[in-house]
Design a binder for this molecule. Sequence first.
Ligand code: GDP
Length: 329
Amino acid sequence: MPRALITGITGQDGQHLAEFLHTKGYEIYGVIKGQANPRAELIQREFPFVELVSGDLTDLPSLIKAVDSTQPDEVYNLGAVSFVAMSFTQAELTANVTGLGVLRMLDAVRIVGGHTGNPIRFYQASSSEMFGKVRETPQNEMTPFHPRSPYGCAKVFGHDITVNYRESYGMYACSGILFNHEGPRRGLEFVTRKVSQAVARIKLGLQDSLALGTLDSKRDWGYAGDYVKAMWMMLQQPEPDDYVVATGETHSVREFVERAFAEVGISDWERYVQQDPKLFRPAEVDLLIGDASKAREQLGWKPELSFPDLVRMMVENDLRIESSKARNA
Ligand code: GDP
């Protein structure tokens, strides 16, 4: 049975990846931080096949212990401070967890080594936020980085140190440059889920307005369930490499909002949406669109869920959750 160790197990991607690796017959370990972490319970309830081990991306000895005690074949580093807006207010924490955390995880893997004489395979969750103020469109693996937030800067460090450890120590380390990926498990702080939840609540009469920042940003939004497969595929290749994972389509926040309201039969959505200057960011990423040709050709990966289906899935999920909450209130 292959063994996988996942940081960020409580996040959207950690959950999807655990579910996917379970279907592949993996023994799965999830790194959990903190004392009495309330999200541990969710993982134990919904993913009983995941064994939790304690560790923190800011604490190297704990990571060494997590790797040593689980002896994984594959390590997926998905843990991060991942909300761009928060990275502006807690920039140092973001640099420490999202940036230096990658270095610590790589060192833990390097120090412990592989249990069967095979090297541990390492996946780093890099991000399209590294492209920031984009130098070319669409963005591919060769596009230079120009991050626009402390989060983006930290991810650039994580990406570069992954490549550097691969080149310096011959580690089997891959970096997946994933464009935005969403779904029912997305945190409520991200715009897609914030919108799908608000639309459901407005439809049910539980809320009467929705405050947003800019509606003009464009993102290449895919489905998280499709994207975690690409992570695994990267680690099954004979040689480690870096890949862009994206749909190749871009849509504005406005379009997402319009579609989400349309799902519940509301066409005059502007009545419900207000712009709040507090939600504007000090620097913005205006347009992202990825070119995933390399992943398609070398990994045989392609996205399955379309943009309209993604919006529908998220709104329907929030309608279910909100109506059941309202019933039980
Ligand atoms: P990001 O691409 O990782 O920053 O993902 P987000 O979902 O947080 O934001 C996507 C885009 O939506 C960014 O350009 C945000 O500025 C924009 N946006 C507009 N209003 C909001 C809002 O209320 N919350 C969030 N999270 N983003 C918003």
